[in-house]
Design a protein around this ligand. Structure first.
Ligand SMILES: [Ca+2]
Ligand SMILES: [Ca+2]
Length: 119
């Protein structure tokens, strides 16, 4: 039986978060320079620089403060995902990675596309 795909909005959202996470993880690991499993503001700064984002220390601190959900002063992978998604929403034009990702998820897929991806 084909043709009926159940895609509840909640499931779609968590799927998006999951794929963003797996997408961002290599970057997170790459920029976690001291490999302690967390990203501090110094490490984040390098990432932003490579992304072409000019972020000064004050702005960086604001960002870390905002997305540091557990308040330990460093950014975990989960927090990093929230941060990247949050920044993408704030500055849509400067974060094409996330926007492109979002678009491909929310875009209505044709039947042939679904078959191609799932098989
Ligand atoms: Ca680190
Ligand atoms: Ca944290």
């Amino acid at each position: 039986m084909h043709g009926h795909h159940r895609t509840p909005t909640g499931e779609q959202a968590s799927g998006a978060v999951k794929s963003i996470k797996s997408f961002l993880k290599p970057y997170y690991n790459k920029y976690d320079a001291d490999h302690n499993g967390t990203m501090d503001s110094r490490e984040l700064k390098l990432l932003f620089r490579d992304l072409g984002e000019m972020v000064n220390d004050a702005k960086l601190q604001t960002i870390v403060d905002k997305y540091d959900a557990d308040g330990d002063g460093v950014v975990s992978l989960d927090e990093f995902c929230a941060l990247m998604v949050g920044l993408a929403k704030e500055e849509q034009d400067s974060s094409e990675i996330i926007t492109r990702r979002d678009r491909s998820i929310s875009m209505p897929t044709t039947k042939s596309d679904i078959t191609a991806t799932q098989v």
